[in-house]
Ligand binder design. Structure first.
Ligand code: ADP
Length: 185
């Protein structure tokens, strides 16, 4: 039963890999970014609360993200496993996740970090801006997202320490999928 935390900078390919693995394993992919985009589209209270952060490439406050992900992980469909994509992104989120997972008795079995250097990320994110029309893929917002990543998310690699499996995220998508699967099975 896979319970996988997928980490990596914005544009590393977490979303794509998460999608492929989730459909192969028939487990939910849980991604705060996906949840927030859907809420923003619906103009729900949560959507209105997170829009300014998401649009500017800043992290949504921990308490907001933690509440959303906790509620999601407590739903019954997570019994078969899950893939977390984009959570945790801060040490406070990782600590909250640790206590939740022990409470619901669902320890994670792997932490995967997709490793991609900044210059590749910027190119990929710019390409995605054109392909998908995402509001947060403009040059200025990309710079903010990378800054947030380096300041707040990168320290998580130390938090998880030797539990982190580094995977090279530079090769073409199918190769990255294979590398992840090789490690997980
Ligand atoms: P990417 O990984 O490509 O940067 P995501 O779709 O994961 O994009 O996230 C989009 C936006 O949603 C982020 O820039 C941020 O504002 C918000 N967000 C997503 N996950 C988190 C998180 N764990 N903590 C805080 N904010 C988050």
């Amino acid at each position: 039963m896979p319970r996988v935390i997928l980490m990596g900078p914005p544009g590393a390919g977490k979303g794509t890999q998460g999608e492929i693995l989730a459909s192969e394993w028939q487990v939910p992919k849980i991604a705060p970014g996906d949840i927030f985009r859907a809420e923003i589209k619906q103009q729900s209270d949560l959507g209105l609360k997170v829009k300014a952060y998401s649009d500017s490439g800043r992290l949504v406050p921990d308490e907001v993200v933690i509440e959303v992900i906790e509620a999601r992980l407590r739903q019954p469909d997570t019994a078969s496993g899950w893939i977390l994509d984009g959570f945790p992104r801060t040490v406070a989120q990782a600590e909250a996740l640790d206590s939740l997972l022990s409470e619901i008795n669902q320890p994670y079995d792997s932490v995967i970090n997709l490793d991609v250097p900044d210059q590749f990320l910027i190119e990929r994110l710019k390409a995605r801006a054109i392909e998908q029309g995402r509001a947060d893929d403009t040059e200025e917002v990309i710079a903010n997202r990378l800054e947030e990543y380096n300041a707040k998310t990168r320290p998580l690699l130390e938090f998880y320490g030797d539990k982190v499996q580094q995977i090279d995220g530079k090769p073409p998508m199918p190769e990255v999928t294979e590398a992840i699967k090789k490690f997980l099975t």
